[in-house]
Each structure stands twice: as C-alpha cells, then as structure tokens.
Design a protein around this ligand. Structure first.
Ligand code: SF4
Length: 374
C-alpha cells in the first residue's frame, strides 16, 4: 500500500477499503488529499457551483429519554423547561421562514416517551394542510427507531405512514459514529449503528431521499471513522437503482461546550481546521457514490468551510435561520442569505440556491436578511 497508488485508485472512483482510508489519513499530505478530492468534485458535480439552502431547524420537543452525553439541549420528562411545540408556534416560525426565503423545516426533537406515530402523523398532516408548499425534512433514524419501538411496528411501516402524512425527506441525524462501542459510551439510549443503517435502507426502498452525517472528534478511533464511511457507502450501493438514497454527506466536529462528555470525562473537541479539511477531502475520496459533500460552516466557521470548497465539498448547507442543538454546545457562527453567498463568491465559486432534493431554485426576489436567535 502506498499513497500515490491509493490516490490513483480514488481518482478512478474505486472504493477504498477502511484500511486504505486510514492509511491515507495517516500518510497523505493535506495538499494531496485536497487535490484528489477537488478533481473528484469536478467530475461528480460538473456544474461547478456551490449550492446552499434556506431552511429552519424547529424542535418538536426537547423532552428526551436518550441521555446522549454530548447533548445539552434535551430535558427529562417533567422538567420545568420541557416543552412540546404547539401549532401557533409552528405557524409563526413557518411564516418567518417564508419571509426569509425558505420553504423547508428541519423538524427534529428528543425521544419523547409518550409521542408515537399518531402524534407525528397528525402534526405533519396539519402543517401540510396549512402550508401545502412547505417541505418537511424531518426526524431522523433514531426517532424512527424510537417510534417503531413505541408502536411495536417496523421501520418501514413508520416511514410509510409518515410519508403519507407529508414527510418529504429524512435527515441523517443521530449517526454520530456508527460503531456501537462509541455509541454505548456517548449515546446509549439511541438506536445502535446497524439499526440506524437499517432505517436508511428502509427509507431508500421507499424512495425517500435521505442524507448521511458523521459527528467526529470525541472518543472514536480513526479506524471507527473510516468504518463509518464504508458502512454508509455500502448502504448507498444497496439502494434501488432508481432511488436517490443519500443525497449528501455532512461531517462535523463534536461541539463540546457544557456537554457531559466535557464536564465528566474531560473530552474536548480537538479537531483543527486542517483536520476538518482533511476529513472533508477523505469523505469525497471514500464516498464516490454520494454526490454532494457539505462543509459545516456552522461548526467550523467561514474560513475553514471556504477552504473545504477546494477540498471536495460542493455544498455550504443552510443559513440555518434557527438552530438550537449544536449552537448550545458552542457553535457560534451565523450567516444571512447575503452572507453565505458572499462567502462562496469570495473563494471564486458561484452560489446556487437549492432545494432539499439538490435541485436549483431561483432566489426569491424580496427576502429579509435576518438571523433569528432564540
Ligand atoms: S442528541 Fe437527541 S436523542 Fe440524544 S439526548 Fe439530545 S435530543 Fe435526545
């Protein structure tokens, strides 16, 4: 095994093994990885534009029984600060989102012990009745697994019912690192790694589009990061030929502020800008069957995310009108629609507004330039 041979293999769009990925992580220079990833990006996304989206994270509830050690968003059932978002609040937030040019809600929440399929089906139906053009990019594999367990039915049955109620796409939330050694230590109450992958398999069989993520830089080994990438790639290669499967991969470093992982175990985010850029490049290299790689400006900041656009990333994600989970763990960055486009232009790319399906969208003419901090 040597670096030039592996980089050539990557340039030929061959699948690198977990060991080969780890070898490149350890041996290849950042410049080499960036060059190869950039070449792959040019072939896979030949329009050369950098896409972005306007959407809003809204939390259905902060009540959760999963107890993830990296999360300081959730509250236990019965806690004074616990809530379930009511319809009036959704209306205000959706109408603000439309005024800011968005058309989608990223709806996520905790594992509420009493909210089952009926609750989410009714919610989705009600939102779609009120706002037929609204897109729902909502929940995630751990929530689907939680609902399936509460109801005693399969992932497929849960997904079918949610799709019929208005679910448009399934975010890749809650993947963290898929290896169960890591999950037992940081997110024991969530579904295991193989169940996460099974939910995605079921979604792809139903032609529901999804995304994939990785939260890294905490207690995982480098081998476990690359195993995670290989597992995602495997699930993508099993999707029906006419399904899109994972539309994108979004890696981000663990945000440590106020989390139990930091307070109790002293584990802090050690991911440098250089390491993040290398992981973006290696994601492009390891995942030749996932077209879009997103740089997480929210967690790494504008400058590092801009360099990622030369390292295989082709998407800048959302302006995130509202975000309440990684923000409370220390992700301080904010963009307006103008700011995100300027950031893309500054490094020589043309910004392109997109939908969740990665289709191009015209920028609405009159949109407010504002970021809402809750
Ligand atoms: S990350 Fe999600 S599942 Fe884990 S404790 Fe927080 S809200 Fe619950």
């Amino acid at each position: 095994m040597n670096t030039p041979e592996l980089l050539q293999k990557a340039l030929n769009f061959e699948f690198l093994t977990q060991e080969e990925g780890v070898f490149l992580y350890k041996e290849a220079s950042t410049a080499e990885l960036m060059f190869v990833a950039n070449e792959l990006r040019k072939k896979q996304v030949p329009h050369g534009k950098v896409t972005w989206i306007i959407d809003r994270n809204v939390n259905t509830t902060n009540v959760c029984i999963a107890n993830c050690k990296f999360c300081n968003f959730f509250r236990r059932p019965g806690h004074d600060e616990s809530y379930i978002t009511d319809i009036e609040t959704y209306k205000v937030k959706i109408e603000e989102t439309f005024r800011l040019g968005g058309e989608q809600l990223l709806l996520q929440g905790g594992h509420h012990p009493d909210l089952g399929l009926q609750f989410y089906s009714d919610l989705f139906k009600q939102l779609k009745e009120l706002y037929p053009n609204l897109k729902l990019h909502s929940l995630g594999p751990p929530e689907i697994a939680h609902i399936a367990k509460l109801e005693g039915i399969s992932h497929t049955e849960v997904l079918k019912s949610l799709i019929a109620s208005g679910l448009d796409s399934l975010p890749g939330a809650g993947a963290e690192i898929l290896n169960d050694r890591v999950r037992r230590l940081i997110s024991k109450g969530k579904c295991g790694g193989q169940e996460w992958l099974d939910v995605m398999r079921a979604a792809h069989q139903l032609h529901l589009t999804t995304s994939a993520t990785m939260m890294f830089g905490h207690i995982e080994t480098i081998e476990e990061r690359f195993e995670h990438l290989v597992w995602l790639r495997q699930v993508q290669s099993e999707k029906p030929e006419d399904a899109k499967g994972f539309l994108a991969f979004i890696p981000w470093p663990f945000q440590d502020d106020g989390t139990l992982l930091k307070k109790v175990r002293g584990i802090t985010n050690q991911v440098t800008g250089d390491e993040y850029i290398r992981m973006i490049a290696l994601s492009r290299i390891m995942l030749p069957n996932i077209k879009n790689i997103q740089a997480s400006w929210l967690t790494v900041g504008k400058q590092v995310a801009q360099i990622c656009l030369q390292a295989g990333a082709n998407d800048f994600g959302s302006i995130m009108i509202e975000e309440n989970v990684v923000s409370v763990a220390g992700a301080p960055h904010r963009f307006t629609s103008k700011g995100i486009q300027d950031a893309i232009k500054e490094v020589g790319f043309e910004p392109q507004l997109r939908t969740q399906q990665y289709e191009f969208r015209d920028l609405p003419e009159h949109i407010e330039q504002q970021v809402i901090n809750y």
